[in-house]
Design a protein around this ligand. Structure first.
Ligand code: ZN
Length: 426
């Protein structure tokens, strides 16, 4: 493997904060350079130069936004997008709950329009449709948009921008509800997105987003959720400020379990917002108590990541020294951040199993570990399994019960490295 610099035209560096446009930015965590976390490699490409991009996390002293400044061109990042959201049953269930809650709290009536931005294969729209709403998805991934449309969930294969918003209003009327799950943190120009949302929203409509929550990232030491696609790591405070800058008011916020801990944030136009629920002030108090507006908080986090690196490397090295064989479980994007940050490669992990046929037969970016089907665990059992898809640790431990009964031990990397003995649980 040879590391290559970013190809010309694929990388841009912001000189100001994404939310407040201030310039009081401090680098608080450096994980790079790293390859793109979803750029899995074919065997025949392993010897070719592999582009590495800076992966540094910055803190804005003005509005408190934790963010990447280096923005990789989306067409490079999403060229080989390998994630279809309905493959995860837990996520399907999460989306059903979201649709039901939104319908109840926001007065979504049969015939109302629900628009989902970054709708993927229609995992959320399906549930809005079941509730009688008219639904429209917007997702730039053409193959996935076509798949959803074929299943009766009309999806436009384009970016959600002002032109798209105007076309929606012209063809479908304004939306009662606009949702964006795991989209907002991926967007560089959040201001343009919010202007487009306002253009497509009914005067009394609601805009609902889900974003991974910074407090959970810090508490669970989820440094591996940092990769180039995730441009912002939101707390509530910068979001409230951002919405206000666009005439929107956060009226409700809830902590939800997806992706290790996320925020579900509902906003409305300022004139239609009414009194926000108590949860908004409660979470702002929590964030003040946790010193999220202080740079020192993130510097302490960076030290904790270093400590975890030392501990996991020591743990794995000790297992290897005892002659034990180690495999990985799950090849999510975050697993690649972990492996590349900690310098764990083929010298430690013989293979990684993953259920996605799209990843099987490929190799992990940067570390070049082969990704194989889960059946490999039976055919060629390891002594230890490092669980890289830690958000599914419970189901994975259950699934490995037969192997664990035969003495295979599991290792969890977060919040701190630990071995789960054959009888133990997550
Ligand atoms: Zn800022």
């Amino acid at each position: 493997m040879t590391r290559a610099p970013p190809p010309p035209g694929t990388l841009r560096t912001n000189d100001a904060c994404r939310v407040c446009r201030g310039r009081d930015l401090t680098k608080v965590l450096s994980l790079g350079p790293q390859p793109l976390a979803n750029s899995f490699l074919r065997a025949e490409d392993l010897a070719a130069p592999e582009p590495f991009f800076p992966l540094d996390v910055w803190f804005c002293g003005t509005c408190g936004l934790v963010q990447l400044r280096d923005v990789v061109a989306p067409e490079v990042m999403f060229k080989h997008y390998l994630y279809a959201s309905s493959t995860s049953p837990a996520f399907v269930e999460h989306m059903r709950g979201l649709a039901q809650e939104v319908a109840k709290l926001r007065g979504l009536r049969p015939g109302d329009l629900a628009v989902d931005i970054g709708s993927n294969d229609g995992i959320l729209l399906r549930h809005f449709k079941d509730l009688g709403a008219r639904v429209l998805g917007v997702d730039p991934a053409e193959n996935i948009a076509a798949l959803a449309t074929k299943q009766g969930l009309e999806t436009w294969p384009r970016l959600f921008d002002l032109a798209t918003a105007r076309d929606i209003v012209a063809q479908k009327g304004p939306a009662r509800v606009i949702t964006a799950c795991n989209v907002f943190a991926h967007v560089d120009d959040v201001h343009a997105l919010l202007e487009a949302v306002k253009a497509a929203l009914e005067p009394d409509g609601a805009f609902v987003i889900e974003v991974p929550y910074l407090v959970d990232l810090l508490d669970q030491r989820l440094f591996d959720t940092v990769y180039h696609e995730h441009l912002s790591y939101f707390a509530l405070a910068p979001l409230v400020r951002l919405m206000r800058d666009h005439g929107l008011e956060v009226v409700d916020v809830r902590r939800v379990p997806s992706h290790g801990g996320s925020l579900r944030v509902t906003s409305k136009r300022q004139g239609a917002a009414g009194k926000p629920s108590d949860s908004v002030a409660q979470l702002q108090t929590l964030e003040r108590d946790r010193h999220l507006a202080s740079r020192a908080t993130y510097e302490a986090f960076a030290r904790a990541v270093e400590e975890n690196k030392r501990r996991l490397r020591d743990l794995l090295a000790a297992e290897k020294a005892r002659g034990r064989r180690i495999a990985g479980y799950g090849a999510p994007a975050k697993g690649n951040t972990l492996l590349n940050t900690f310098g764990i490669g083929t010298e430690t992990l013989e293979y990684i199993v993953d259920d996605s046929p799209l990843k099987q037969g490929l190799h992990t970016p940067g570390t070049h570990i082969p990704v194989v089907p889960a059946s490999q665990l039976q055919q060629d059992p390891p002594d230890d399994v490092l669980i890289l898809a830690w958000n599914f640790a419970g189901p994975i431990l259950e699934r490995l019960a037969p192997l664990r009964a035969r003495g295979v031990r599991c290792i969890l990397p977060v919040p701190e490295p630990r071995i789960v003995e054959p009888g133990g649980s997550a």
